[in-house]
Write a protein that binds this ligand. Structure first.
Ligand code: THU
Length: 131
């Protein structure tokens, strides 16, 4: 990921936050996912009155990319008020489509202090068949 892509991911994840559907938690999350081919897909959390059906912004973005045939991810930016790290389900979901992934964690109120980590740091010893 070059500096332009970094800034673009931070911007697009922050922009996506406004499109979140989060009437139950009021916690809006936006994601911007960079594919190996250099395309970026946005995603938002989509909640449901049957709470368990909620889908996180990361998985929305990944599903959108896969729907267009992009199955190799290199970076993701996740933006919210205060910042979040991806939930366990999203870590495993994203791991399906990359060996590792740069992860940018953005607090929309502090866009100049982005925290950078990786999927392998957040999901060490991921699920694989050992046999
Ligand atoms: N959420 C995400 O979209 N991504 C995360 O990484 C953490 C949580 C959403 C799910 C739910 O709509 C809201 O944030 C509160 O948990």
């Amino acid at each position: 990921m070059n500096p332009t892509e970094h800034d673009q991911l931070v911007h697009l994840a922050t922009e996506a936050c406004d499109m979140a559907y989060a009437p139950y938690s009021n916690f809006r999350v936006g994601a911007a996912l960079l594919t190996r081919q250099g395309k970026v897909y946005q995603g938002v959390n989509v909640e449901n009155r049957s709470f368990g059906l909620t889908i996180c912004a990361e998985r929305t973005a990944a599903s959108s990319a896969i729907s267009e045939g992009h199955k190799d991810f290199t970076a993701i930016s996740i933006a919210s008020r205060g910042g979040v790290t991806p939930c366990g389900a999203c870590r495993q979901f994203l791991a399906e489509f990359c060996d590792d992934l740069t992860i940018l964690l953005v607090d929309v109120d502090k866009k100049n202090s982005v925290r950078e980590t990786t999927l392998n740091k957040l999901l060490p010893d991921r699920f694989t068949e050992l046999g």
